[in-house]
Write a protein that binds this ligand. Structure first.
Ligand SMILES: [Zn+2]
Length: 147
């Protein structure tokens, strides 16, 4: 998995996989796509990465996305369904956990609450959804300072 060389050194990634970090990263398959940002294929556990985003996206965003997606890889390995439609996106336990890892890492990197909120709010997420997600994560972020 040459694309994410060095990720085994990341404390966040080690926090997800522990002693299995090297093994998981070695076996992780990446499929390149031409849509979206990143995801994990629930059928085979492969990571899907938009090559255009990888080449042109913000490096910090990409790093945090990788942390998020690696959390989904862990969930997949544990046999959890990644896309449980019984939940809205911002309430889905697998998403909340993945976002929590990414946000903890963003805080460790020194991003401000505002920067983190900007990172979290994708184009399909309303302000209300964002607040719900932050609330679900149980992480202290000042949502009122936004804008
Ligand atoms: Zn996700």
């Amino acid at each position: 998995m040459a694309y994410f060389k060095g990720f085994e050194q990341s404390q966040a990634v080690r926090g997800i996989f522990g002693d299995k970090t090297e093994e998981v990263l070695r076996n992780l398959k990446v499929d390149f796509t031409w849509f979206g940002y990143m995801g994990v294929n629930d059928a085979n556990g492969h990571m899907m990465v938009n090559r255009n985003y990888l080449n042109n996206g913000d490096k910090t965003d990409i790093y945090l996305d990788v942390v998020h997606e690696l959390c989904h890889v862990k969930q997949h390995l544990e046999g959890k369904p990644l896309f449980d439609q019984d939940y809205d996106y911002v309430d889905r336990p697998t998403e909340v956990e993945a976002y929590r890892y990414a946000v903890q890492e963003a805080k460790r990197l020194g991003l401000s609450d505002q920067q983190i909120l900007r990172y979290l709010q994708t184009e399909w997420m309303s302000d209300e959804d964002l607040k719900r997600l932050v609330n679900n994560m149980g992480i202290d972020l000042q949502t009122d300072e936004k804008k």
